[in-house]
Design a protein around this ligand. Structure first.
Ligand code: FAD
Ligand code: DLZ
Length: 458
């Protein structure tokens, strides 16, 4: 990784390819159309992105370490790359400021950027008025473009994820036999509500040892963000595509076969169950969502994992994940301020300390503090459901979720929080969701009462 702060521009005028911290994909649209002979890549660690919410320490370390590794990979592949470190004394503190600095240094005809995931940053880049024109490319790592989602949503009384999901199955051909779904049904969720047992084999997520780059980043995070929420070490996330691919293989091998059966379960002392722990890698671009689904599909056709598990897993990614992004871009700006139930209470301090007598809440929050992770049922049925029932201001709930999880980006977090868990959008996501929520409540309640492992929510 080179830092060309004193570089004299001796190349032909070219373009600057700005790559953001959650765009760490070698097949990023802006990289695909760029020319390594003429164009330059710019990556920058900046205070503004590191502090628009008080990110969990592990999330900061994941993003910075993965950015540094990705920059090294691009340099090794022959790209001329300017990388700005957070502690560079000339660091302007913002991505637009870093564009300005780069343009003082290089002769540039155009800045190319793949569309940012968050509205906030997209607006900031669109407002930027530097000496070169800025071109924003659609993010082809998603299956549904904004136009596609908008025309799907247009004229529908209710936006039901299930119908959107079927279109995504048809579009990708995942688990399809011609025009029909594999096995004859689109959805096998009725088989996916088993309570977990203490004596089950519990797979553990793959853990990576921090290398030199990650060690440097851990020091930086501890030094620059000492008061942020979360335990920084042990830090075991994958920070390269190669390691993330191993984590994917590990999940397919050890957890996918029972992913479906236990996807709605909770068990005291078991933070991960059969979940994949892949969202933090998918969301920063180390894994492509479609390749993750194709791996799971392969496991089904090779007889390694049953259909209820594989269909359930694929639905989360090409269904819920894409649908949430569609809702976000349909409803922004304004979505994160919605408050249909008029909830006014401040977020209680125990969301940050975990100090509460409510056993499920304490377990979910301390696990979140330690791992920057909680599985879907904990997020929806424990911390989310409590906030909704207690009448907590949904914007504060949204900011908490955006800060505390390693996979948290507003385009996916906000619809899950504002829509799915808080009903703050007035039920936009449709009756399917109310059904979905009540089914999850029933499943979680019966798991709790059967196992009596989490105590009472009071
Ligand atoms: P698994 O259970 O293994 O699921 C597989 C994959 O499916 C995930 O990696 C993820 O990519 C996708 N997925 C599953 N459920 C959803 C969903 N509801 N929306 C979008 N994608 C989904 N997910 C985020 O990626 N970022 C967030 O900030 C986020 N905030 C959430 C907040 C709330 C209140 C709720 C209820 C859910 C939130 N989710 C979020 C969705 C989901 O909880 C996480 O994607 C999941 O827990 C990540 O863990 P995993 O990789 O082990 O997922
Ligand atoms: C999350 C994050 C953090 C913590 N830091 C940076 C950074 O320093 N530089 C950068 O380019 N991106 C960072 N990111 C990711 C951005 O916040 C993300 O690209 C936007 O939120 C859009 O999704």
């Amino acid at each position: 990784m080179s830092n060309h702060t004193t570089h004299q521009d001796s190349r032909e005028p070219g373009r600057i390819i700005l790559i953001l911290g959650d765009q760490l994909s070698h097949d990023l649209p802006s990289l695909q159309i760029a020319d390594p002979q003429k164009d330059r890549v710019l990556m920058a660690e900046v205070a503004e992105e590191a502090s628009y919410v008080p990110h969990h320490k592990k999330k900061l370390a994941l993003v910075f370490s993965a950015m540094r590794h990705f920059a090294d990979e691009l340099t090794a592949a022959g790209w001329d790359l300017k990388y700005v470190h957070l502690d560079d004394p000339d660091n302007s503190g913002s991505l637009t400021g870093e564009l300005d600095r780069a343009l003082e240094q290089f002769t540039v005809t155009e800045v190319l950027v793949t569309e940012p995931g968050e509205y906030r940053l997209k607006e900031a880049l669109n407002r930027w008025s530097g000496p070169a024109r800025l071109t924003m490319l659609d993010d082809s790592r998603f299956l549904a473009s904004h136009d596609m989602f908008r025309s799907w949503a247009e004229g529908r009384k209710q936006l039901r994820m299930e119908y959107f999901y079927r279109d995504m199955r048809r579009k990708t051909g995942l688990l399809m036999q011609g025009d029909s779904p594999e096995g004859g049904k689109w959805n096998y969720d009725t088989e996916n509500r088993k309570p977990a047992q203490n004596d089950m084999f519990m797979p553990k997520p793959m853990r990576c040892d921090p290398d030199r780059i990650t060690q440097d980043v851990l020091e930086l995070v501890e030094q620059r963000f000492p008061g942020n929420f979360g335990r920084l070490t042990p830090f075991w996330f994958a920070v390269t595509r190669a390691a993330a691919l191993k984590a994917l293989d590990h999940f397919i091998d050890v957890a996918l076969p029972l992913f479906g059966d236990y996807q709605d379960a909770m068990l005291d002392g078991e933070p991960f169950l059969y979940h994949s722990l892949l969202s933090q890698y998918i969301n920063i671009g180390l894994l492509n969502p479609l390749e993750v689904c194709r791996s799971a599909e392969r496991a089904y056709y090779e007889g390694h994992a049953p259909l209820n598990a594989v269909e359930g897993f694929i639905r989360q990614i090409i269904g819920w994940r894409e649908y949430m992004r569609g809702i976000y871009w349909l409803k922004m700006p304004g979505y994160t301020r919605e408050n249909a139930l008029g909830a006014r209470r401040d977020l209680p301090d125990f969301y940050w300390s975990g100090e509460t007598g409510m056993a499920c809440m304490a377990a979910a929050i301390t696990q979140t503090r330690d791992e920057a992770y909680a599985h879907h049922i904990q997020r929806l049925m424990v911390t989310g459901n409590f906030a909704m029932l207690a009448g907590i201001n949904p914007h504060q709930v949204h900011e908490w979720y955006l800060a505390v999880y390693a996979d948290a980006y507003e385009w996916v977090e906000a619809p899950n929080v504002i829509g799915m868990s808080q009903f703050a959008d007035g039920g936009l996501l449709g009756s399917r969701l109310i059904n979905f929520q009540s089914q999850k409540m029933t499943a979680a309640a019966s798991a709790i009462s059967e196992r009596k492992t989490f105590g009472h929510l009071s």
